[in-house]
Write a protein that binds this ligand. Structure first.
Ligand code: NI
Length: 205
C-alpha cells in the first residue's frame, strides 16, 4: 500500500513539475509582437545574504550572465547532481580555453531554516569556485522564489531535523542585464550547457 501511495504522489509531483516547466518555458504566454515580453519572465531584484555572510543583490551581477538554481544543501540527490552538472560544464569550458568569469552561478536556498550562511559556506565550495550561495529570511526567500516562479515546500516528517524539501529543479539563465533568457532542466547534459554558453564566451587560450 505504502509504495502505491508513494508512486501516486510521485506522479502528482512529476506532473506539477512538468506544468511548472511549461509555464516557465512560455512565461505568461510570451507575446512576440510587443515590446518588453521579458519583463513578465522569471527573475527580478533581490537582496540576500551570501555564504560569506555578505549582503548580495542582483545588481551586483550586472554585466554577468547569472545561472540561478534554487535548492537546499540537505538535498540528498537532485541538488548536488544539478550543481555538479553546472560545475562540470564550466570546468569543461575552462579546459577548452574559455573565460567563464562572465558567468555567475548562483545557488538560492529554499531551506533558510537550516541553510544559514555558515551551513552554505561548507556546501558551496564543493562545487565550482565561482558559485555563490544565497540565503535569507523566510520572507526574503519566499519573495525571490515567487519572482522566479519557483515552487518549493517542506515535506512533512516525523523528524524535525531531517525533513526534505520539494522544489522545482531548473537552472535559470539570465542575460547580462538580469533578464530571463532560457532554462536548463534536469534533462540537459553538461554538453548542452557547454554548447549554449560557448558563443557568449571569449577564448583566452
Ligand atoms: Ni534538491
Amino acid at each position: 500500500m505504502k509504495s502505491i501511495r508513494l508512486i501516486t504522489w510521485g506522479a502528482v509531483f512529476i506532473a506539477l513539475a512538468f506544468l511548472g516547466i511549461r509555464m516557465l518555458t512560455n512565461p505568461a504566454g510570451l507575446d512576440h509582437g510587443t515590446e518588453a515580453p521579458i519583463a513578465s519572465g522569471p527573475g527580478g531584484p533581490f537582496t540576500l545574504t551570501s555564504h560569506l555572510g555578505e549582503k548580495v543583490s542582483d545588481t551586483d551581477f550586472e554585466g554577468k550572465y547569472m545561472m540561478v538554481y534554487f535548492g537546499y544543501s540537505y538535498c540528498p540527490d537532485v541538488c548536488p547532481l544539478e550543481l555538479q552538472k553546472l560545475t562540470t560544464s564550466l570546468l569543461e569550458l575552462e579546459k577548452e580555453g574559455y573565460d567563464t568569469s562572465i558567468i555567475q552561478p548562483v545557488f538560492i536556498s529554499v531551506d533558510p531554516e537550516r541553510d544559514t550562511p555558515e551551513a552554505l559556506s561548507e556546501y558551496v565550495p564543493l562545487f565550482h569556485p565561482s558559485l555563490i550561495g544565497l540565503t535569507g529570511t523566510t520572507e526574503e526567500i519566499e519573495a525571490v522564489a515567487k519572482q522566479y516562479k519557483v515552487y518549493y515546500a517542506k515535506r512533512e516528517s516525523d523528524d524535525i531535523d531531517s525533513y526534505l524539501m520539494d522544489h522545482l529543479s531548473v537552472i535559470f539563465f539570465m542575460d547580462t542585464s538580469g533578464n530571463y533568457q532560457r532554462l536548463f532542466t534536469t534533462r540537459d547534459k553538461p554538453d548542452n550547457i557547454v554548447d549554449a554558453l560557448k558563443p557568449l564566451l571569449k577564448r583566452v587560450s
